[in-house]
Write a protein that binds this ligand. Structure first.
Ligand code: NAD
Length: 476
């Protein structure tokens, strides 16, 4: 995606890292240790498909092992390459530190067009790729725990978990070797939508601060805000759905790989999603206006732009024409280093990827803990909590009737209050808390230091300080 002689994705991440470390007091040796990618394993393997042997190339990069296991998704796309996987692994290190999930950073990828293969063929390919990684401990509950990314989802994670269990029949923690599994295969409620939900919580938190909104030229809350979303996949679909259905935001355009749907009255996200599931494309969607050259729609006037597809889509070729007041990087690396500078000068506020899309790894962390503890969250507490609430409600009602006060609780309040928290409620609460806490850590640096002008540098400073502290406590 990069052009105009811009640095590669990995160099772009390193340049952003350098902007932050220039403002920090790290020894050059430690700075270098944190920045470099520890290792990248490349594997080429064959699978017999359609009567012949197909060879595939895959990668697993480990950026930093300051905490283990290391964590990061597995991407399926034709454009996957070592540079991209290493950039994504580095972002995982910084992301995990920022949202305080106790992992190092890793990432994997397979050069494949998943649309070109039938499900049973994808299963054979995935199992073989997993086998290659498992036998080198590049998938392991204690060392390296993948998750979904572009082109992969629950289905692939279930195959990987099963492959690991077949190769480690006596490992009682086998399920914790990968996250993002479906709930019936050891997953957790709320993981599928976690990254999109995290984007929603991040925006809600941003809109709680008048000072931050003012810097972006915004005011009020999310209700009625005009939002453009690029990529209606896992992350983009859930973010757009929650923001429009729950916060009253108006999705004025959705950009997909083969064009965009523009509708100033607001796109019905669920309806468009169903259309894409059925037709594989936004083309022919009967509402709004179809624009064949989707990328141009990134430049349309809006309050919030959510790039949720791929890296490098906002670059030196279009940055000066972007009209959004606020960009929230739901994808990894959607704004290049050069574009970031142009946008900053224009006064556009950017909520950086390492924070904005951290909802996925946060709920993956909950899933991993659930797998290791072998019990569903809330299973022990839920009914005890309900019993205590019933006691209180009954007592209040008794007092009211004894004193002849005639107080009655509204049925809505009563049923809501009495309900104990199940796994989904606990996951949402943990995710919301994580997104708020991490934002507050970033904004403290953003507003607290005169030499920090943007949230990205603030995010890097918070996370690099934490990684540095871990290395130092290990005696490095
Ligand atoms: P996905 O494969 O589910 O969805 C990607 C979507 O983008 C698809 O709908 C695809 O058609 C669309 N797309 C592809 N090329 C496009 C183009 N040129 N223009 C517009 N749309 C295009 O992937 P995802 O899991 O939603 O991941 C999207 C981004 O979010 C990636 O950068 C990924 O690294 C990041 N991310 C994902 C997760 C997760 O939990 N899935 C977590 C953190 C970050």
């Amino acid at each position: 995606m990069q052009n105009f002689g811009e640095p590669s994705f990995r160099d772009s991440v390193d340049l952003m890292f350098n902007r932050a470390t220039a403002l920090m007091d790290l020894s050059p040796g430690l700075e270098q240790k944190i920045k470099v990618c520890n290792s990248t394993y490349t594997v080429r393997f064959g699978v017999r498909l359609r009567g012949k042997i197909e060879t595939f190339t895959g990668y697993r990069s480990v950026h930093s092992e300051h905490m283990e296991p290391v964590k990061g998704g597995i991407r399926y796309a034709l454009a996957v390459n070592q540079n991209e996987v290493e950039a994504l692994a580095a972002l995982m290190t910084y992301k995990c530190a920022l949202v305080e999930t106790p992992f190092g950073g890793s990432k994997g990828g397979l050069c494949i067009d998943p649309r070109a293969w039938e499900p049973h063929e994808l299963e054979s390919i995935t199992r073989r790729f997993a086998y290659e990684l498992i036998k080198r401990d590049l998938i392991n509950p204690a060392q390296n725990v993948p998750a979904p990314d572009m082109g992969t989802g629950e289905r692939e994670m279930a195959w990987i978990a099963d492959q690991y269990a077949r190769m480690h029949t006596a490992d009682i923690n086998a399920k914790a070797c990968v996250t993002g599994k479906p709930p019936h295969a050891g997953g957790i409620q709320g993981r599928v939508e976690a990254t999109g939900r995290g984007v929603q919580y991040a925006l809600q938190e941003f809109f709680r601060y008048d000072e931050d909104k003012a810097l972006a030229g915004l005011s009020g809350n999310l209700d009625g805000k005009r939002i453009i979303v690029q990529g209606l996949g896992n992350v983009g679909y859930h973010a757009a759905k929650f923001l429009s259905e729950e916060d009253g935001a108006k999705i004025v355009a959705v950009i997909e790989w083969d064009g965009a749907i523009v509708d100033d009255d607001g796109v019905d996200i669920e309806d468009l999603h169903q259309w894409i599931v059925k037709h594989g494309s936004v083309k022919g969607y009967p509402h709004g206006t179809f624009v064949a050259e989707g990328a141009v729609v990134l430049e349309k006037d809006c309050d919030v732009l959510i790039p949720a597809a791929l890296e490098g889509v906002i670059n030196l070729s279009n940055a000066d024409r972007i009209k959004a007041k606020l960009i929230i990087e739901a994808a990894n690396g959607p704004v290049t280093f050069g574009a970031d500078e142009v946008l900053r000068k224009k006064g556009v506020v950017i909520i950086p990827d390492m924070y904005a899309n951290a909802g996925g790894v946060t709920v993956s962390y909950f899933e991993w803990v659930k797998n290791l503890s072998h019990i569903r969250f809330g299973r022990m507490q839920r009914r005890a909590e309900e019993a205590r609430h019933i006691l209180l409600v009954n007592e209040l009602e008794r007092l009211s009737s004894d004193k002849g006060l005639g107080w009655t609780m509204s049925p809505g309040f009563k049923s809501k209050y009495l309900k104990g928290a199940g796994e989904l409620e606990l996951v949402r609460s943990g995710l919301d808390d994580t997104m708020r806490t991490a934002y507050q850590a970033m904004r403290e640096v953003w507003h607290g230091r005169a030499d920090v002008e943007d949230l990205r540098v603030a995010a890097y400073i918070v996370s690099i300080s934490r990684v540095a502290a871990t290395y130092q406590s290990k005696g490095l």
